[in-house]
Design a protein around this ligand. Sequence first.
Ligand SMILES: [Fe+2]
Length: 132
Amino acid sequence: MEWESRLTIGVKQFDEHHKELIRIISELKESMHNGENHVYIKNLLFELVSYTKYHFTAEERMMEKHNYQLFKEHKLEHQKLTEQVELFLDKYSAGKSDLDDQIFEFLKKWLFEHILETDKKMGEYLRVRGVI
Ligand SMILES: [Fe+2]
C-alpha cells in the first residue's frame, strides 16, 4: 500500500497526514506478514488509532473554522472509521482476533474512498478560501 499522486487534495498539512496514515497501515501489514509479536503490533494499532484521531480533529477544526457546509456528514464518516479502528485495536488487544488481509483491504478501501471523495471536496472548498 503506497501513496499515489491521485490522492492529493491540495491542502499541504492534510496531504502529509494522509501519507503518514498510509505509512502506518503499510507498516502494520508488513509487520503482520513478518510475524512480529503481539505487543509490537498492538502498539502499531494504537499508533494508528491515535494518529487517525489527531488527523481527523485537525480536519474538523479547519472545516468548522471555515464554515464548511458538509462538515456534519464529513465528521460522521470520521466517527465511523475511528470506531472501526478502535474495535480492531480492542479485539486484537483482548486476543479475540488476528489481523488479516481483509482488515487491510477494508482500511485501504475506506481511506482511499474517503480521501478521493470526501476530502477532495473539502480541499477544494478550503483552497478557494486561501488554505493551502
Ligand atoms: Fe476527512
